[in-house]
Design a protein around this ligand. Structure first.
Ligand SMILES: Nc1ncnc2c1ncn2[C@@H]1O[C@H](COP(=O)(O)OP(=O)(O)OP(=O)(O)O)[C@@H](O)[C@H]1O
Length: 275
């Protein structure tokens, strides 16, 4: 666990500007009636008002209808260099979706995201891993993806190999690894690239207890080096220690944004603001 408070790299220029951002997940298309559609239409008004319909009139039996989950709705906020932003909210509030849309994994249906600085997204340790390639080939691929030259790729390989300690498995397809080995390689690889903007899901911190201390020390180095951290978590202790500011999401909307202690006290009191 990181010591608190986190020192912030001085003089950074990284930023995130989010304006009127919305994200939908389409659930199904088509006009024909099915059991699934009947069930979904029956619950549409009950899931926090987040199932919406788009398309032509539902009274027209030939209408093409689209049911969507409105995962994020009209979010506007900015993050500046030096800020450690935590995202809180109940299950399904939109925390992971926000992280993925900031990382360019999901495309918003409306709004704009403007970032300054390199971005690395730590979501799960398998992210971006090709199971048919060897550990070493995965490292080379990632190195090329982030634009490293041959020297940079060699340094990356040395670093990850040293951390993951996979021995001869490094030259075997990842498909043959134990789950612990995959975590070691994925974690080592993801944390080898130090970004200016680090987007992290708390699940990334889970893992094999035997290597957790080693992993935390490595993660701490990446977090300390980042100018901006955006962290989603359900763990109040982690948020208090790692963050300087919290955004509270409910049903895809921002309901509060401010200093950690202030927002955490309100959030833990269970008093969800009216939307
Ligand atoms: N791939 C997807 N397809 C359809 N709906 C999705 C998808 N991913 C998320 N959703 C929906 O979007 C909403 C927000 O989900 P999200 O995973 O962002 O919430 P969360 O706050 O991270 O939840 P948790 O704390 O449980 O991880 C939920 O209603 C969820 O069902």
């Amino acid at each position: 666990m990181l010591a608190s408070p986190l020192p912030v790299p001085p003089g950074g220029r990284a930023f995130i500007d989010v304006t009127a951002l919305s994200l939908d997940f389409p659930l199904y298309h088509g006009g024909a009636r099915s059991l699934k559609k009947t069930v979904l239409s029956g619950v549409s008004g009950k899931v926090g008002g987040r199932l919406g319909r788009a398309g032509r009139s539902p009274d027209d039996p030939n209408a093409t209808r689209r049911v969507v989950v409105q995962a994020l709705r009209d979010l506007t906020f900015s993050v500046r260099s030096g800020e450690r932003l935590g995202i809180v909210g109940r299950n399904g509030a939109g925390k992971s979706s926000l992280l993925r849309v900031l990382g360019g994994i999901y495309e918003p249906v409306a709004g704009r995201i403007h970032t300054g600085g390199s971005v690395n997204t730590l979501l799960d340790t398998n992210f971006g891993m090709n199971l048919d390639l060897t550990g070493r080939e995965n490292i080379t691929l990632r190195g090329r993806y982030v634009g490293l030259d041959a020297t940079g790729i060699r340094a990356l390989e040395e670093d990850v190999e040293g951390f993951a300690a996979l021995g001869p498995f490094m030259d075997l397809p990842v498909r043959l690894y134990s789950s612990g080995m995959v975590v070691r390689l994925g974690f080592g690889l993801a944390t080898a690239i130090a970004p200016q903007i680090l987007l992290m899901d708390e699940w990334f911190m889970a893992g094999d207890s035997r290597f957790r201390d080693k992993a935390h020390a490595r993660l701490e180095t990446v977090v300390r080096g980042a100018e901006i951290l955006v962290l989603t978590s359900h763990m109040p202790d982690v948020l208090r220690q790692w963050c300087t500011r919290l955004i509270w999401l409910e049903a895809g909307r921002i309901v509060a944004d401010g200093p950690v202690d202030d927002i955490m006290t309100r959030y833990e009191s269970g008093a969800a603001p009216a939307l």
